[in-house]
Structure formats: C-alpha cells, structure tokens
Design a protein around this ligand. Structure first.
Ligand SMILES: Nc1nc2c(ncn2[C@@H]2O[C@H](COP(=O)(O)OP(=O)(O)O)[C@@H](O)[C@H]2O)c(=O)[nH]1
Ligand SMILES: [Mg+2]
Length: 376
C-alpha cells in the first residue's frame, strides 16, 4: 500500500557501455570498460517482456518482484505521523477551505469565497477557474443541495485533477540509472538526494553521487562526509566543471556496476554564466557518458515558494525536459494549492513530497492522501 519505488523487470539485453566521448574532464575514476557492462546486481526476475505498467503506488502489487516496499516499511504509526505532519503543514489552507462550507448556502457568495480561498492557497487562476466551473456543473447535474455535498464534490474534482501527477519512480530499467537533480538554492536538493540514496540502498541499489554543486567548498565537503558515513561514493572535483563531475560519476558507475547515479547541481551560479545553460550542458554531457542518460531529470521545489513554483517548473522543464518533481517542506507554511496549478498548467509527475528532514519524511505523492489532508 505504501510502496516507495517500482522496479522495472529486466528484459532488455545488457546495456552496452557507450563509447567514451570524454568532455576532457580530469577523470578521477578509471575509465569504463569497453566490454558490455553486466546485468545489474539487482535480483533477476522472471522478466515479462512488456514494461511494467506504471500505476498508482497505492494499487496492489501486480507481481511481487516488480514492486518494492521500503525497508523498513513505514510502520502504521510512522505513516500516521507522516500524514499528520502533512495535515499540520496544510492546516491553514485546509481550515480556510473547510470553514467556508460550514452551514453555507450554495450561492454566488460561496463560489466567490471558494475562488478567493483557492487563489490564496496558490492554486493559480487557471486551476481555480477550472475547479469552480467543474464544481458548478457538478452541483447542477447532481442537484446537490447541501454545502457538505459541494465540499465532497470539490474533493472528488481535486483528486481527479491531481491523480495524473501520481507516478512511482521506476528502478532497474537502466544500468546505471542516471538521475539529474535540479532546483533553486535551498529547495532541498541535497537533502532529497540523501534521503533517496538511503531509500535506494534499502532496496539493494548501490548509489554514486556527483557533487555537481561544485562552487561551494563547504557544500562539497558536507556531501563527502555524508557519503563516507552512508557508504555512498561521492565524486567531486575541486574547482571542477560540474558537467565533468557528472561524466565521471557515470563512468565510475559503469566501471563499478553501480546501480544509480544521482547528480546534485547548483541552484545559483557565482559567475555571469546562466544557470540554465550550465544545467543544459550537464544534461548533454550525461548523454555522452551514456546514450540513454539522463533517465530521470528531477526538479526539487520548496513547497513554500507559492506561485513562483509554477514558474520554476516551466523554466526548468523548458530547459531540461523534466521527468519528475519532488516537493519539499510541506510541513511548514506551505499552502499546497500549487500542486493544482502544476496539474493544470504543466503536469510534470510528482514522485515524492517531503514533510521534514528525516529520511522517512520523504514519501511518494498520493493524490487521495494529499486531498484528504487538504480538505477534511
Ligand atoms: N522542514 C523541512 N525542511 C527541509 C525539507 N527538505 C529540506 N529541508 C531543509 O531545507 C534546507 C535546504 O536544503 P538543501 O538540501 O541544502 O537545499 P539545496 O540548496 O537545494 O541543496 C536544509 O536546511 C534542509 O534541512 C523538508 O521536507 N522539510
Ligand atoms: Mg545543495
């Protein structure tokens, strides 16, 4: 019921190491072997030939071997505390949305108040108008007469809007699986990478990190210490070109048959260079290190960013073709409506949401749970 990742069964031929097309980095690792890289060390399964359908994480497992549950699986009380933190984080929006239905008549005033509440919750104009229109239609069609019924109808509409964003991250599809993690400074990239690395290790995935945010020595050191403590190789370069660091990390993963490469990136540059150009370069170089890479390009967003979050999704998606989002800090003063804005305007899947700094605070996004926390 609470699966963290979905693992793709192995059906393709072993991935062949791409020819070395070095962007002239000072390589800190041995070059990738020219022989085909052997099949990943993840347990082989009785590979069905079709890719596993990517379904909602809450759906029952189709086959044991394709579904991975986090180890340790969140105990019921842990899950409860996670949900209560999400609820607490969204409490302000929740109470403003909920109270307007209490004892209300279904009239223009109610719709006006709802419009204001949705806009205040960062849902944005497009999603707000969409929800209001759909709600009015539903109220008419279903001849709803009680405010409670209207609230329930809104819940259904919101869940329907957000459900397409729900998508598990699939492991084991590529060897190595190369993930690039982007986002503005302070969004939670490095923290998220740390949490993901631990979750992946629990699924027997070996991980290498590329310290692509190379500009701050302190950040580099912090990552190195973290890596040492957690048995994760961290590839870094002093004064290095982040694209070269990323390239080295993929080469290292190929040589050592590491399952997952995560590339941390900068959120701001100390130079005149344009951040997006820098990130695009990293993306291009990853493609040189491995034909199919990057396999995932994640944007980490601080849930408190408000409407600017949508602007970030658009800008990073235009530059990098995002495959997924991670929304952090929903335990703070986040209003939550921005997910509706994203769903309506730029529906990039939301792989995970974070409600705190502990490893178990990062969990897969589930539309139903989220709406339950927002509108109870
Ligand atoms: N409350 C809360 N804090 C978080 C969460 N995720 C990250 N942080 C904190 O946000 C700050 C910035 O995170 P960091 O990973 O360094 O951001 P980066 O600049 O994008 O790498 C750190 O103090 C983190 O502990 C979250 O889900 N909830
Ligand atoms: Mg960082």
């Amino acid at each position: 019921m609470f699966s963290f990742f979905r693992r793709k069964p192995k059906e393709e031929a072993p991935v062949v190491a791409a020819p070395e097309v070095a962007p002239a980095p000072a390589s800190s690792v041995p070059p990738a072997p020219s022989a085909p890289v052997s099949v990943p060390s993840v347990p082989a399964n009785t590979a069905p030939s079709a890719p596993v359908a990517v379904t909602a994480p809450s759906a029952p497992a189709v086959a044991e071997e394709t579904e991975i549950t986090p180890a340790p699986a969140p105990a019921p009380e842990q899950k409860k505390s996670w949900l209560s933190r999400l609820k607490a984080g969204l409490a302000k929006t929740s109470s403003s949305l909920t109270t307007l239905f209490v004892g209300a008549r279904i009239d223009d005033d109610l719709y006006d108040e709802l419009e204001a509440a949705l806009l205040t919750a960062d849902a944005g104009v497009e999603a707000t108008l969409f929800l209001l229109d759909a709600l009015k239609k539903k109220v008419k069609e279903e001849k709803l007469t009680e405010a409670e019924q209207v609230k329930a109808a809104l819940k259904t509409l919101l869940t329907d809007l957000l459900t397409p964003l729900q998508k598990p991250l699939v492991l084991g599809k590529h060897q190595p699986m190369v993930m690039m993690i982007a986002g503005v400074n302070g969004a939670g990239k490095t923290t998220t990478i740390g949490k993901l690395a631990k979750h992946m290790q629990m699924h027997n995935q070996s991980v290498v990190l590329a310290a692509g945010d190379t500009f701050r020595a302190a950040a580099r050191e912090q990552l190195a210490i973290w890596g040492e403590r957690n048995g994760v190789t961290v590839i870094a370069q002093e004064s290095g070109d982040p694209a070269a660091v990323a390239f080295d990390a993929v080469a290292s993963a190929k040589a050592r048959q590491t399952n997952v490469v995560m590339i941390d990136t900068a959120g701001r540059l100390p130079t005149q260079l344009h951040l997006m150009e820098e990130l695009k370069k990293i993306r291009r170089v990853l493609g040189k290190a491995m034909d199919t890479a990057p396999h995932e390009v994640l944007l980490v967003i601080d849930g408190n960013t408000g409407q600017n979050a949508l602007a970030q999704v658009k800008a990073f998606d235009d530059a990098l073709q995002l495959t997924g989002l991670v929304i952090t800090k929903l335990d703070g003063t986040a209003k939550g409506g921005v997910l509706a804005a994203i769903a309506k305007t730029r529906p990039v899947p939301v792989y995970f949401i974070g409600v705190g700094e502990q490893i178990e605070d990062l969990q897969p996004f589930n539309a139903q749970e989220f709406v339950d926390a927002l509108l109870n």
